[in-house]
Ligand binder design. Structure first.
Ligand SMILES: [Zn+2]
Length: 203
């Protein structure tokens, strides 16, 4: 820290770690640390235990990419289902879940393919998606990747990988946002809107 308001090593370290969390800078990290220190029994103690438990027990399922407890069987292997919604990461899944629009199973890729040229699915759970589709006789795969170039590249790659399987593949409509002027759209959105264009209704 550059200022002298904090000069206890343990506290400095804690501030450094907390300021790495999303949405927090050094200022709010300091406020949080102060709150923690003033509530050692009520907050630090249970927080320490909970963090240790999460560190020990929570892992990513190697099949669907979702978080699971190390000792439990993931719901991707324990239940029967016919639909899979494919997302890039867990945060995306949580956003879709919170809308309540879809209550089925998810497949979390763990990122996107970098570009059309390098179709190496390093670490992405694409092969396990194909396995899931065939093993569970999945009827519909919903591709919910971002409207970015990378997200769309990934969607096309998955579409391609599943094309010989008897499964319906659908994609989120990623058209022009309401009020979105073409000039101010990013390339990915425009590309997507163009590619997914449909006939104009006439009456
Ligand atoms: Zn799973």
């Amino acid at each position: 820290m550059t200022d002298n308001s904090v000069n206890v090593k343990e506290i400095e370290n804690l501030i450094k770690i907390i300021s790495k969390l999303p949405g927090l800078g050094p200022k709010s990290a300091k406020r949080i640390v102060l709150k923690l220190i003033n509530n050692k029994e009520e907050i630090i103690k249970p927080l320490t235990n909970t963090l240790a438990e999460v560190y020990k027990n929570i892992i990513r399922c190697k099949i669907c990419g979702n978080l699971k407890s190390i000792n439990s069987i993931c719901s991707c292997s324990s239940k029967k289902y016919e639909q899979i919604c494919v997302v890039e990461n867990i945060a995306d899944m949580w956003v879709i879940e919170s809308t309540g629009i879809y209550k089925g199973h998810y497949h979390i890729l763990g990122g996107t393919l970098p570009s059309l040229e390098s179709k190496k699915d390093d670490g992405l759970l694409i092969k396990s998606l194909i396995d899931r589709v065939s093993k569970n006789s999945i009827k519909e795969v919903i591709l919910a990747t971002s409207a970015t170039v990378e997200g769309q590249t990934t969607a096309h790659y998955i579409q391609d990988s599943l094309k010989n399987m008897n499964v319906k593949i659908s994609k989120l409509a990623q058209g022009l946002p309401v009020g979105g002027e073409i000039e101010y759209l990013d390339d990915g959105t425009l590309f997507s809107a163009f590619k997914n264009r449909g006939p104009v209704a006439t009456d």
